[in-house]
Design a protein around this ligand. Structure first.
Ligand code: FE2
Length: 298
């Protein structure tokens, strides 16, 4: 169904709304230009952490999608099961909220019960550059309800992480394998190091619509559209408990730094926030026109 031209545009102003007690705002982080009539809006939600993260997504997703006239919703869900991995039940729960694609990372394989599910449910991704033979896939291709073809790619960095296959060469391979008619190409790059993420952004500029970083759980303020039309942000930030150390009970982690001994890690419960980005892209060229951060506070 065709939307009126103006309805696709991301509002070019900071917005503060209230939804059932939760406050949410968007932070303009780019010079906005809304001249082209054809476009689609993509919502990407950063690492959903444990039940608190899932709860704030459930509370706000519908209103965010309505407000921004979102055509495609993607979320990183590798920490959605108590902070470590994802189960089939939780994947179903998140997809039933209206998320179109779930991406993963270094915790994708934490729960063995999800292996078979990954093989049969292509909307749940794991990083594509793990060695051949593991369950699941790192790329999903589909169409929006308006019939716009899109691809979601999931890659993982190697700096201070497992030494898996090269994410840069895997990105080349995946992008080359896509149907050229699929112009909208979104990449979740799950990586530890800022420089590795920025390098990947420049490497993909001109070949993908967006590359958003995940894994560090801290939203960065560097969202911008690169010259080749790639919407970039180093990290979308966590969707979960900020009264924590990147999602885990802070006392446990402080004790760990003081003693050098690993304690049992539990997901924190307080300070729940949702962090993500909205991208306005031209569906004909695949180029992004704007990116802005989205932030909801419970
Ligand atoms: Fe991670």
């Amino acid at each position: 169904m065709e939307k009126p031209e103006g309805a696709r545009r991301i509002p070019p102003f900071a917005f503060l709304g209230v939804n059932d007690g939760a406050e949410w705002e968007s932070l303009a982080s780019n010079a906005f230009c809304f001249s082209a009539p054809s476009g689609m809006n993509i919502l990407f939600i950063g690492d959903i952490f444990a039940s608190g993260g899932r709860g704030i997504v459930a509370q706000n997703l519908k209103e965010l999608v309505g407000h921004y006239k979102i055509d495609l919703t993607i979320a990183n869900a590798e920490n959605s099961a108590g902070g470590f991995g994802i189960t089939p039940l939780i994947a179903e729960e998140l997809l039933s909220l209206g998320l179109d694609v779930l991406t993963g990372g270094n915790h994708s394989f934490d729960k063995r019960e999800v292996y078979e599910y990954m093989n049969t449910h292509p909307r749940l991704l794991r990083p594509a550059n793990y060695p051949n033979g593991l369950p699941g896939s790192g790329v999903f291709t589909g169409k929006t309800s308006n019939g716009v073809p899109y691809a979601v790619l999931n890659l993982q960095g190697r700096a201070h992480m497992s030494s898996i296959d090269c994410p840069f060469r895997k990105a080349d391979q995946l992008l080359d394998s896509l149907d050229p008619a699929t112009r909208i190409r979104f990449v979740d790059f799950h990586a530890e190091l800022t420089s590795e993420k920025i390098a990947m952004g420049w490497y993909l500029d001109g070949r993908a619509t967006a590359m958003i970083g995940t894994h560090t759980h801290i939203p960065t303020a560097d969202g911008r559209v690169l010259p080749g039309g790639l919407a970039y942000q180093t990290d979308a930030g966590m969707t979960g408990p900020y009264d924590s150390v990147i999602g885990v009970e802070k006392e446990t982690i402080i004790k760990r730094f003081l003693s050098g001994l690993a304690g049992r890690m539990e997901a924190a419960r307080h300070g729940i926030e949702l962090h993500g980005v909205v991208i306005d892209a031209d569906e004909d060229t695949g180029r992004a026109r704007a990116i802005q951060r989205v932030h909801c506070i419970k």
